[in-house]
Structure formats: C-alpha cells, structure tokens
Design a protein around this ligand. Sequence first.
Ligand code: AMP
Length: 269
Amino acid sequence: MFVPPSGSDRAAWLKGPQFTCSAVPPKSEHPWRLILLGPPGVGKGTQSELLAGHLHACHLSTGDVFRAAKHLDQCQATPAMAAALEAMRHGKLVSDDLVLAMVAERSGCLQCQGGFILDGFPRTVKQAEDFEALLTGLRVTLDAVISYELSLEGTVLRSAGRLTCPRCHAVYHRASKPPKQQGFCDVCGAELKQREDDRPEAVRTRLREYSNLTEPLVAYYHQRGLLVPISADGTPDEIFQRTVALLQSRRNTARPTPRGAVAAKPSYT
Ligand code: AMP
C-alpha cells in the first residue's frame, strides 16, 4: 500500500479500529488538529497529504474510507455500507448517521498523538454539531478549520482533470500533477482511473450538494473563531506554502476561545 509522507498506512482509519497503523506519528507537544473544507476537486486531498508530511499529523479522509470499503469483504456485506457506496457512486452524500458512526468508531484516530487533518468531514451542519459533541467527550480541541476557496469554473476544471490510482489511492492531475508515465501510477505502476464521482454528471451533483449542505459550515466555524479562509488559486505548492504561513501566524497569535463563546471575526491578512 502507498505510504504517504506522514509515514503511516492509516490502517486504523481506512480499515477500522481493529487494525493497527504501520507507523504512529511522533508525539508532538502541540499536535495540529485541523479540518479542511472546500468544494469537491479544490485539492483538499493533495493539501492534506502535503500538510500531513509537514505537520506529522494523520490524513483522515472519509471519502478514502468509503473507497477502501469497496475492497473489504466484511464491509461489502453490510447493507448500510452498500447503500453508502451506491450514494457515493452518484456523487450524493452518504447519510449523516452512517458517516458519524464510522467516525465515532475511529475515535482512536482523533486522539492520535500526532494530531489529524480531516478531509471531507464534517460535510453537513448536523455532522459538525455531532462531531463537536464527540470531540468534547474525547477532550480533544480543534486548532483551525481551513476553507479553500476557488471559483466555480476552476473547481470544475480541477475535478475533470483528476486521476487516481485504484490500487494505492495516489492522486494526480492531467495538467498540474501529471504522472511520469502517462496513465500509470508513479508509486505502484497501476493504471490510473478517473473516479466515478469525478464524471461530469456526478461533479454537478457534488457541487450542488456542497453549496446546499457543506457551505453553511463556513459560517458555522467562523462563528466559533476557527475559520481560516485560504485562496486555492495557483499550484499545489503555492497553496501549501500559503496554508503553512497562515497556520503558523494563527498559532503565534492564538488565544483560546471559551467554550460556547462566539469569537470576534478573525483577521488573517
Ligand atoms: P470525497 O473523497 O471527500 O470527495 O468523498 C467521496 C464521496 O464519499 C462523497 O461524494 C460522498 O458520497 C462520500 N462522503 C465522504 N465523506 C462524506 C461525509 N462526511 N458525508 C457524507 N458523504 C461523504
């Protein structure tokens, strides 16, 4: 399996809590606990991998759990998971209850000593509220919620050019991150595919679902003083450098917000 820069195969996240990760990130005095928001195709997966390597935190993607479930016999046998995979195939969101149960049973990953970078979760206000309660119970606090911002046109172009490796989940882009050998994965040599949910009809559904259900989370986390809006224009490396600089300045100036309080609008300029 592809071992991302964070050094772990994320088995406990991708396969479930009964599995052990190949490596645990080093213990950090101040682990980063982040959520990444942004429309489908904006590059959250790529930024998550870059940030995971830089911050030594684990990349936790709920979409990756569903994609991995396609290859797990025990999950294929679960009617709830079969319904989730069918929703996913059409670009629709999986039910809140199922996603929340899946995240809750992976609570160990949220308590990982290296911290975490959540990508693709939460995706609705209900998920965010229940996740807040889960974190409170675990005594884990979020550091920031990054919101990647890109025009609609740019978002569609990015999704349309994305290619993924069905074997090791590495992600490429026809224009901005082409594989060395056209059509084949640099890491494991498998033939690259376009994700079913990156096809035009599914992309349109995902964008509609994003603006109706996920965009309200921007206001939700802004109210909690956690939002860090970042332009997703430019190359993956430019966006990554921008993200690291903003996170660092946020940590340098961070003041804890009392629980339940609504923070003043933060300034990131
Ligand atoms: P992603 O890789 O994050 O784009 O997720 C791929 C697909 O998995 C989505 O289009 C949904 O069908 C499903 N999915 C992933 N995360 C969630 C979530 N938090 N809530 C509902 N559905 C999700």
